[in-house]
Ligand binder design. Structure first.
Ligand code: ATP
Ligand code: MG
Length: 335
């Protein structure tokens, strides 16, 4: 039974396509939410440019990378031009300014790993986190959005995987499971690896986009309009891909030796990265290389306990997709 499930998927897998596509459609944010986000950004922009004329605001994270669900909070980055600024000072100042304009629950969290100001806008109902000079996140947001324009199956797969992770409680970095960002990287890697491939490796192509951020050179091919139809030689359906994704992480991935890397479009070895043993708090039990900060393993939050939880969840999902009479219900059952 196990052997079969590793290699060959159930014959009636395609009857799941409709349910997966319906789920995907139901999670896409409606246009009016985008309008509200723009409205809030315009308000924030007025305050920011009045105080710091050289500064700029960028949206990043799921509200801008195309992998955001309806009713998500928004992530905003305040880019100060000067890299050497005192972030705490700026955030405290920003919080004061915003408090005086009727925004609610304004709080400066200056001691967090990524220091932010949190707030809620009563007019649009949107909550938002604002950080300072986190430009790599702005660039990786663009990379993810560019990948999503190449083949719609990426956005569909990532929505389903994120929805599964949120339903099953394995999208909580503070509990040692993975961030949404990590899950999207896993989906991109997976689609790069299909044969024929469904996604190219943008960082392995001609560099049409190039910026230097915090001493990291970020460059890749960003003329993705020219890559329309890239994946069309592969006609795998969304149901087949969801099945294969979970089956890969349940039975095929070599957790002992391999690092997934969308930067190279392939697997690389832990030994090559010197990620073979625990270093401080980084245990490298599941290795996901950041596309730009290549010394950064998105799996570093995962510990001895949570790796078991994660792998059991991957196996559970794979088993359900293979054998359950009603997988689309069972897969997303709350834990
Ligand atoms: P969600 O829909 O769950 O809010 P999200 O895409 O906003 O998803 P988060 O994990 O909240 O995902 O991360 C927000 C953004 O911050 C990511 O899109 C990414 O740009 C950046 N980011 C998050 N975690 C990391 C990390 N460990 N290293 C680098 N960038 C990260
Ligand atoms: Mg977010």
């Amino acid at each position: 039974r196990n052997h079969r499930s590793r290699t060959e998927c159930r014959g009636d897998i395609n009857r799941l396509n409709i349910s997966f596509l319906q789920l995907y459609q139901s999670l896409i944010p409606p246009e009016e939410e985008k309008e509200k986000q723009k409205q809030l950004m315009a308000l924030l922009n007025r305050h920011v440019t009045k105080e710091w004329p050289g500064a700029r605001l960028f949206l990043y994270g799921s509200c801008a990378n195309s992998f955001g669900f309806s009713k998500s909070d928004i992530d905003v980055c305040l880019a100060m031009g000067d890299a050497e600024v005192d972030k705490s000072e700026i955030l405290l100042k920003l919080a004061d300014i915003l408090k005086s304009d009727n925004l609610q629950n304004v709080q400066a969290l200056t001691r967090a790993r990524v220091p932010i100001v949190k707030l809620m806008d009563p007019v649009t109902g949107i909550s938002c986190d604002i950080c300072v000079n986190n430009l790599l996140a702005v660039i990786n947001t663009k990379l993810l959005r560019d990948y999503s324009k190449i083949d719609v199956r990426l956005r569909q797969l990532a929505f389903i995987v994120k929805h599964w992770a949120k339903s099953r409680g394995v999208n909580e970095t503070y509990q040692g499971t993975l961030s949404s960002y990590a899950y999207v990287l896993m989906c991109i890697h997976f689609l790069q690896q299909r044969t024929p491939s469904i996604l190219p490796c943008l960082q392995g192509m001609e560099r049409t986009y190039k910026v230097d951020v915090d001493n990291v050179e970020c460059s890749y091919f960003d003329q993705v309009d020219k890559l329309q139809g890239f994946g069309s030689r592969n006609n795998e359906s969304i149901a087949q891909l969801v099945w294969a994704f979970f089956s890969y992480w349940a039975y095929c991935h070599d957790y002992t030796n391999d690092v997934i890397s969308i930067r190279t479009g392939s697997l690389i070895s832990k030994r090559e990265k010197d990620w073979t043993r625990r270093m401080g708090n980084d245990r490298h039990l599941i290795c996901i290389e950041d596309p730009f900060e290549v010394s950064h393993d998105l799996g570093r939050v995962v510990d001895k306990h949570s790796i078991r939880v994660l792998r059991e969840e991957f196996e559970r999902a794979a088993e359900i997709l293979q054998y359950d009479p009603n997988p689309c219900v069972k897969l997303f059952e709350p834990y």
